[in-house]
Structures are given as C-alpha cells and as structure tokens.
Design a protein around this ligand. Structure first.
Ligand code: GLA
Ligand code: GLA
Ligand code: GLA
Length: 649
C-alpha cells in the first residue's frame, strides 16, 4: 500500500497543502494565538514545526521538555492545521557541543566550525548520530499518536552547510566507502588513474580527502569525494528514517531537498527512493534567467521524484536575507512563483517562514507575516494565494501529464565538468541544459527535466546537453532509444567519459560510437566573448569542433565550411552552444521533425509556460503561468492577464 502523500486527518476533504515553517519558540503565547487567527485568515493548512528546536526540547543531556511543543501541536490541531513535524536534529544544542566538540565539522582550510550558527555537525560523526537518533526516538515516541502529525521532516536541508566535511571522521569513512566501492587498491588505482603523477597508493591509509592539492587535484578522486558526501548524507537520512518507521510506520517521511542552481552537493536521483514523498526548497536568484531556472528546478524535482507529485517545502514570499542584494518580489510574483511549482507537480506550496523573526540571522528574510504585518503588500497576496489554492482542491493528487520532450540532467556529468582541469571552464553544464530548456519553453513546449536513470522510451525527443559521463548501461539505453525511433539530440561533450572519468583513445564520443553519424576529431573551445555565425545564420559561442561525418547529413556548417550540426533519421548532433534566438529556431526544427505541436502559441519574447494536470477521473486541466501581460491561448481559452491560471481543457 503506498503511503498517503500527507497523512491529513481522516475527515479532511482533498486539499492542496499551503503553509510555512512555523517557529513559535521565537514568540510568546499571545503571539501564538494571533498566529492561529492569521493562519485561518490565510487558509494555511500545513506547517513545519520544530526544525531548529533541539536545544529547547532536550534542554539538558537526556532531559526532555515536550510540554511547549504539545501545546503548539494541540493548538494547531484544534484549528485544523496539520503538522509536518521535524525530528529537530538540524542544529545541535550548546550542551552537546560543550560535551562533544568532536562533532563539529572541519572546513577545507582545516578550520573547525564554531557553535554560533546552525548545522554544525559532521555527517559521519558516530557521536552526533548517537545523540541525534536518541532525540528522533524520543520525538517519535512522544508524538506518535498526536492527531496533528501528518508528515515527518527529517533534519533539514541535509548538507546545506555541512556537505563537505574534512574531519578525521570523514576521512575514515571515505576510506571505508572507497574500500566498499572498489574492493581492492588495484581497482582504485585503476579508476583514479594513479599512474599519472606518481599517485599510486599501496595502502588505504595513504588516501586523503581532496582538501589541499598542490595544483590540479585528481579529478576522479574529487568526483568520488562528492559521491561519497552525497551517500553519507543519504545514509544519515536512512538512519533517522529507520527509527521513524519502527515507531510510526503509517506516517510518511520526507526531507527537504535543494534542487536548485546554487547547490551541487547531492545526487538526489539516488535519494528519492529513500523518502516516502520528495520535498524541495527553492529560492530565486535574481536576474533575467530566474523565471526559467525556477521552472527548470521544478521540472527537475518532478524528474527526481520519478514523475510523482512532491511538496514545495520552502520558497519565499519576497526577499531572502542571504544574497548580496535581497530583492523584493514584484506584485503578483508570489502567486506566479507558487504556480510554477504547482504546475510541475507540487501538491503543497509552503514557505520559509510563517512569521518574520525579530532577532537572529534571518530577521530580514521575508515571511507570510512580515514585521509590518497586514500593512505589508505581502499579506493580501498571501491571503489571495490561500484562496486560490483552496479553489483548486479538485486538483489535489492530479498527475502532471508527461511531456513529449525530455532533457537529461545528470549529477555525475555536472560534477565531472565542475572539475578545474576541463577543456573550457566557460562550459557551464547547468547553464547549457537551462539554455535548451528555455528555448523549448519559449516556443510554448512543456519539457520534463529527467535524470540519467529515467526511462526514455515514452519521449519523442530526448536532449542530452553535454552528457559527459556515460556508463555502459546508459550508453546502451541512449543507443536503443535512438535505434527504436526516438529522436536523440546530443550536444558536444556528450558520451565522452566512463563512470571513472576515463576517456578512450578514439574519436569522440567513444562511449556512443557512431550513433550520431558523425564523430569528432578535435575540440576547439572559443574565447568567452567570441561568437561565430554558422552558414544558416545561427549564432554560436563557447565551443566548436572538427567533425568527420559518416552516415549523417550536415545541416549547418562553421564559417570554414566544416560541419557544425549533423542529423540522422533518429539523432541530431549539435557541436556548439547556440544563442537563445538561434536555439529557438533549432527547437522548431526538432519539434517539426517529430510533429510536436507547442502547447502554447507565444509571441516572440513573451514568457509563459503550461503544464497539463490530469485528475483521477481523467479530466484535464491546463496550468498556465503567464509571466508577462499579453495574449496566450490554451485550448479555447484566451488569457491576457499575467499570473497563475488554471483552465479546464
Ligand atoms: C608543465 C609541467 C608538465 C605539464 C605541463 C602542462 O610544463 O612540467 O608536467 O604539466 O605543464 O602544460
Ligand atoms: C552513482 C550514485 C551515487 C554513488 C555513485 C558511486 O553515481 O548515484 O549515489 O553511489 O554512483 O559511484
Ligand atoms: C533554507 C533553510 C531555512 C531558511 C531558508 C532561508 O531553505 O532551510 O531554514 O534558512 O533557507 O532562505
């Protein structure tokens, strides 16, 4: 029996979740009473409680005070608000640091973290785990029967600050992880290519963390270290999960991922099966790409969740407090941003945080209830969003219709191309993938951002922007996808290295042979500001190469007459990066080849996106995010207003 998405009270009508992190420990009881009134006014039905409360729950070593938390949960429950209850392990209390300073992480410079912030714990520390799991056990036992408990929230943003720890604990675990992975030093030496620069290891104790290399470090070691750090955090998740499942087997468990531009710490594709429901936090980075990056991240989160619905655990009503300039959201943006996540399968829309803090490092971070309360322009927008989501209850649990076009985003390729010893640091893996996503969306298409493990067969088009690292199994799947009639669009640097980051002495892409009907003999990265005009007039930048064409057909050439774009019946090879306008033209050609009609017809430069949701009874609804003012047609509906619109199709 699959666990329910959120363990709502049994008498609750279907609903979209709406709420925030709620930190009542920062406020008096009079404020709690006002909070409840305001939550009712806004239509809040789900709050995350206790995330940073360890020190206020376990006040001294082994001495628990659950009374205030009971009061909070009782109050919320009395008003029909469900609780995503944190295990409270995110920020270790002072008594624990005092007693066991050896749980503090060590940074790349070898400096130990202090006790003045949060998440100051080593993911591999057995001492931390012992104390944290005792707290999880106590929390689960205490609240197992509480009727407000709808979901468990393991820790918080695992690895947000402590992804890379260089402590002796981390080193010991890294050696063990390598031993388990490789089984012998011979295999490790081969994988890491240690005949290079005399790096060969003759004992496990010689292996260090990639902390302070004299010059360029061993690239495979660096990738393995990132894989290790991701696995360690996931293993920590598993340990909390095991306690929760033992005590409350019927309550679903999540932990909030950070699928976004700025975070490269975890291979979430390998985490998704370790939670009952995927949840994600997303914060905008200002700039012209922010609207499309948000959409990309939401689509990617759904890809990681295997196409299932997920929870938007955090985003912001307006400014954050950790960017150089913390820009406010524009009027209407709060609803559009929420709508973007909803469109891509978020069945709960939550924020950090409910009430803006008076003290501490996040007192300038926006909230549902700002310092200025109802006088802020945020409050009516919050109430409006609550009404909107409540009017969409009939879409709770509706699934997002699979797109016809997919883009593969692969964490190993991201890590490998993030190394310092690569052909061009101007090639940004994420931006390259985002460019493709943007071009399709700007042409009115819906796109699934999928992982390298996602089945490909049901897609008409699969794009692999610089899918650099391709193991045998993936090579096989990409090949059979193209052979069986899919359209595989590969770009430069696709299929170059195996999972050890080794490159075969052969024409590129050795991992995929002659799949593209053309192979590359030489790479010629361009200067960062250089652009070249292809024969057709398309503008290219960042990368160029020498291609030898066999069975393919050249569809565009470099100024020197050499091939730039090559197609076969089932593939297209793009040997450079095209600027946005050029890529939109290429995307039209790709869609035409597979007869894919855009979901929306858009004027040039108009920003809008659509995903279709299907309810259990088969009804189809278009979720339209119109970012600009201007006409967009969805089925028979013509919409000009900017905003988050839902129409029956
Ligand atoms: C130096 C070193 C070589 C090699 C080259 C690469 O010259 O002596 O070992 O690393 O740089 O440019
Ligand atoms: C894959 C997995 C990672 C890690 C590595 C180990 O990339 O997704 O979690 O296990 O393999 O090589
Ligand atoms: C993260 C954390 C929250 C809060 C927000 C602020 O997402 O999980 O506790 O710090 O950032 O943007």
């Amino acid at each position: 029996m699959p666990l329910p998405f959120i363990h709502w009270p049994s008498d609750a009508a279907p609903r979209i979740g709406f709420g925030a992190d709620y930190n009542p420990e920062q406020w008096s009881r009079e404020v709690w009473a006002e909070d409840i009134q305001l939550m009712k006014e806004a239509g809040v039905n789900l709050v995350s409680v206790g995330i940073f409360s360890w020190g206020l729950i376990e006040v001294r070593d082994g001495e628990f005070d659950f009374s205030w938390l009971h009061e909070v949960l009782d109050l919320l429950h009395a008003h029909g608000i469900a609780v995503d209850l944190a295990t409270a392990t995110a920020s270790p209390p002072q008594w624990l640091i005092e007693k066991h300073p050896e749980i503090l992480p060590v940074d790349k410079r070898g400096l130990t973290a202090d006790n003045s912030s949060r998440q100051h714990w080593r993911p591999t520390s057995p001492v931390f785990r012992k104390y944290a799991l005792r707290l999880v056990e106590a929390m689960a036992t205490e609240f197992a029967e509480h009727p407000a408990l709808a979901l468990w929230h393991v820790n918080n943003e695992l690895g947000c600050h402590n992804t890379y720890d260089y402590s002796p604990d981390a080193l010991a675990h890294f050696r063990q992880w390598l031993n388990t992975k490789y089984g012998s030093l011979e295999k490790l030496n081969f994988a890491w290519g240690t005949h290079f620069w005399s790096q060969k290891y003759s004992s496990w104790e010689q292996i260090q963390l990639p902390q302070n290399p004299m010059t360029f470090g061993n690239p495979t070691q660096t990738i393995d270290f990132k894989r290790f750090c991701s696995d360690v955090l996931r293993d920590y998740l598993d340990t909390e999960m095991a306690v929760l499942k033992r005590i409350t087997p019927d309550i679903p468990v999540t932990t909030n991922f950070m699928v976004m531009w700025t975070y490269d710490g975890a291979d979430y594709a390998s985490w998704a099966d370790h939670v009952d429901v995927v949840s994600n936090d997303h914060y905008l980075h200002p700039g012209p790409q922010s609207w499309i990056e948000q959409s990309f991240s939401a689509s990617h989160t759904r890809g990681i969740a295997g196409g299932k619905n997920w929870i938007l655990m955090e985003h912001s009503t307006s400014q954050v407090s950790w960017q150089p300039v913390n820009y406010a959201k524009l009027p209407g943006q709060l609803e559009r941003d929420s709508g973007t996540h909803f469109a891509h399968g978020a069945d709960a829309i939550c924020f950090f945080q409910w009430r803006q803090s008076s003290a501490g490092a996040e007192k300038f971070h926006s909230a549902l209830v700002p310092h200025t309360g109802k006088q802020s322009q945020i409050w009516p927008e919050v109430v409006g969003l609550g009404e909107k989501l409540s009017s969409l209850s009939h879409l709770a649990g509706a699934t997002v219709e699979q797109a016809k076009i997919a883009i593969i985003f692969d964490q190993d390729s991201y890590w490998a191309l993030a190394n310092d010893s690569v052909p061009s640091q101007a090639v940004k893996y994420h931006e390259h993938a985002l460019g493709w996503y943007r071009a399709f969306v700007e042409r009115g298409h819906s796109v699934d951002v999928i992982t390298s493990q996602t089945p490909l067969e049901s897609y008409e088009v699969v794009v692999t922007p610089s899918l650099y690292m391709v193991n045998d199994e993936l090579a096989q799947r990409l090949t059979s996808y193209a052979e069986q009639g899919g359209l595989l669009v590969g770009t430069f640097l696709t299929g170059i290295a195996d999972e050890n980051d080794h490159i075969a002495p052969s024409v590129y892409p050795a991992r995929l042979g002659n799949l593209f009907g053309a192979q590359t003999t030489d790479w010629m990265p361009l200067a960062p500001e250089e652009t070249i005009i292809l024969e057709s007039g398309l503008t290219a930048h960042t990368w160029s190469e020498n291609i030898v064409v066999s069975t393919g057909k050249v569809i565009d050439t470099y100024p020197n007459g050499k091939p730039a774009l090559v197609e076969t019946e089932n593939t297209l090879y793009v040997s450079t990066i095209l600027d946005t306008a050029s890529l939109r033209q290429l995307v039209d050609r790709i869609a035409l080849k597979k007869s894919i009609a855009p979901a929306l017809t858009l004027a040039e430069g108009h920003r809008a996106e659509l995903r279709v949701k299907v309810t259990a009874d088969g009804s189809r609804y278009g979720v339209l995010i119109n970012h600009d003012e201007g006409p967009v047609s969805v089925g028979n509906h013509h919409i000009s207003e900017p905003g988050f619109h839902v129409v029956e199709l």
